[in-house]
Design a protein around this ligand. Structure first.
Ligand SMILES: [Zn+2]
Length: 380
């Protein structure tokens, strides 16, 4: 019996539409050939694996449309050359924004589907902080997402997407999907799966997928940092039994909806001044304050000086009676001024908004140390 021919490719980024940053080729790691296949080890044996091209970036701003179109053209060109295909692993995040598009992953998946035809099974491993739109679920055959946030199971999600695809091809199964959109949109910090209610909801998925007629069950929290109609929670249950997938998808969506007011931050949350006062009043050290609105790991630009301004507005901190460490701000011009002044020199700077975010703060002080050769940041 000839081996099934399965290609792998895709594009993954989480992009905040509120960030002034634009993601371009310089932000992506692009993989081809064996370099791409090693991302999916261990791959199922007895399959002809065809690596196409994959681009992955850390979270950032919306993708530059010229780069997106060039990448899409390369992916489609390689896909055309790899045909005929039995299957495709389309590795996407689900929260990619491209300037000018409103559902970038559906745009990419639709173009791919057009090329491979209706018989080729497309399986997508995704991130629960992505969005599963109606357009996207319609062009995929299998879609799943991580069941742990933080995503300690990312490799397992890819393995599951591949295993389900190979199983459907071997058993000649055409999977059906039940999709339910849940009108709830939460920041990722409120749906950590170490805490209830996310822990219980995501914890049910492995058990649901073991039931008769079910192949996979997945819940998307959605992506809160994009202003797009598709952003929101969704449930997809995949299987062969129409009634079973509908029943399970509705049950999971209802559980999510019923719990909507119980999702909360893993730590106490409040505005900046409240957090600073709590920190100064607490006996525990260190006391960490996280600004979730300018979180570079969720697409924030990292150039917002608001928390710095609030720290300096506190009399105990500005007088030196109390100390706080501020980490950190991206501002190449301010760094260049410090480098020019040298260690030990006094500087008077205005920092913040290097990429266009609002708010600048005047900062006077001494250059304590310069790290000229740091691989990230540094003097240049
Ligand atoms: Zn995520």
């Amino acid at each position: 019996m000839p081996h099934h021919r399965i290609a792998i490719g895709g594009m993954a980024i989480e992009s905040s539409t509120f960030s002034p940053h634009r993601s371009t080729v310089a932000d992506f790691t692009i993989r081809h050939g064996d370099d791409l296949l090693t991302r999916y080890e261990p791959l199922a044996p007895d399959v002809d694996w065809l690596p196409l091209v994959h681009a992955r970036a850390l979270p950032g701003g919306p993708v530059d449309p010229d780069f997106y179109l060039a990448f899409k053209a390369e992916l489609l060109e390689r896909l055309r050359a790899a045909r005929p295909l039995d299957g495709l692993v389309l590795d996407i995040h689900g929260a990619m924004s491209v300037v000018g598009l409103i559902d970038a992953e559906a745009d990419l998946a639709t173009a791919v589907r057009k090329l491979v035809g209706p018989a080729c099974l497309i399986s997508a491993p995704m991130d629960p902080h992505g969005n599963m739109s109606r357009r996207l679920v319609d062009v995929l055959d299998l879609a799943t997402s991580h069941r742990m946030s933080p995503h300690e199971d990312a490799a397992r999600t890819r393995e599951r997407a591949i295993a389900n695809l190979v199983r459907c091809l071997r058993e000649r199964v055409a999977p059906r999907r039940a999709w339910v959109r849940v009108p709830v949109l939460l920041a990722g910090e409120r749906a950590c799966t170490r805490d209830e209610p996310a822990r219980g909801i995501y914890g049910r998925l492995a058990e649901v997928e073991r039931r008769d007629g079910i192949i996979d069950a997945a819940v998307w929290t959605g992506y809160a940092w994009a202003d797009e109609p598709r952003c929101g929670a969704a449930v997809v249950v995949t299987g062969t039994d129409r009634d079973a997938i509908l029943r399970e998808a509705r049950a999971l969506a209802s559980a999510y909806w019923r719990a909507r007011t119980e999702f909360s931050f893993s730590a106490p949350a409040g505005d900046a001044d409240w957090c600073i006062a709590r920190g100064l009043g607490a006996r525990e050290r260190p006391f960490l304050i996280s600004d979730s609105g300018d979180n570079p790991t969720a697409g924030g630009a990292g150039d917002v000086a608001y928390m710095l301004a609030r720290l300096l507005a506190n009399a105990a901190i500005s007088s030196g009676q109390k100390t706080a460490i501020w980490a950190s701000l991206v501002d190449p011009a301010a760094v260049a001024r410090c480098v020019a002044a040298g260690e030990g020199a006094r500087v008077d700077l205005t920092v913040g908004g290097a990429f266009g975010s609002a708010g600048r703060v005047r900062l006077e002080g001494t250059v304590a140390r310069l790290a000229r050769d740091a691989p990230v940041g540094g003097a240049s």
